[in-house]
Design a protein around this ligand. Structure first.
Ligand code: HEM
Length: 137
């Protein structure tokens, strides 16, 4: 089990690398008006989303389900954690839609909006880690 849990934490860090960096790229993309920068951000966002963030998310969920279903974890902490993970998956898919909007030059949000949007995963990370380590209920 400890190997699976170690992999789970490694995959989670990989996922959050994307969840933290992709919205930051969108902040700078929304501030850009020269074509060279705009095309460069499109390439960086696509590679980050499909090369790091999505594989990290899929492997975090798969290894988490493996831990949960193979070793019979249970408790309110796990239900609360799963709810937060669903919210995080929603945020991930929203990032995918925003990247697609930028790819079509149809972004509708300001860089200030993306700066607030960028903060949200921090709240989920703090809540999930305290839940799973301390198991308060
Ligand atoms: C469907 C998604 C997920 C499921 C089913 C799941 C399930 C689990 C389970 C059963 C454990 C073992 C708990 C223990 O050994 O005490 C675990 C450990 C852990 N999970 Fe997840 N997890 C999921 C996603 C996540 C996410 C998104 C994060 C980060 C935000 C995360 C962070 C952790 C951490 C840090 C541990 C190690 C806790 C410890 O060693 O005490 N998990 N997870």
């Amino acid at each position: 089990m400890l190997i699976v849990k170690s992999l789970h934490i490694i995959f989670m860090v990989t996922w959050f690398a994307g969840l933290f960096y992709l919205p930051r790229l969108l902040v700078y993309h929304a501030m850009s008006d020269d074509q060279a920068s705009i095309e460069r951000f499109k390439v960086m966002e696509r590679k980050l989303l499909y090369g790091i963030m999505t594989p990290g998310g899929v492997l975090t969920v798969a290894s988490g389900l493996w831990l949960w279903l193979s070793w019979g974890f249970y408790g309110g902490w796990l239900h609360a954690k799963l709810l937060l993970v669903l919210v995080l998956l929603g945020y991930h898919f929203w990032c995918g839609k925003l990247v697609a909007d930028f790819r079509r030059d149809r972004n509708r949000h300001s860089h200030v909006w993306y700066r607030w949007f960028n903060e949200f995963p921090v709240l989920i990370l703090v809540a999930v880690v305290f839940l799973v380590v301390m198991k308060p209920f």
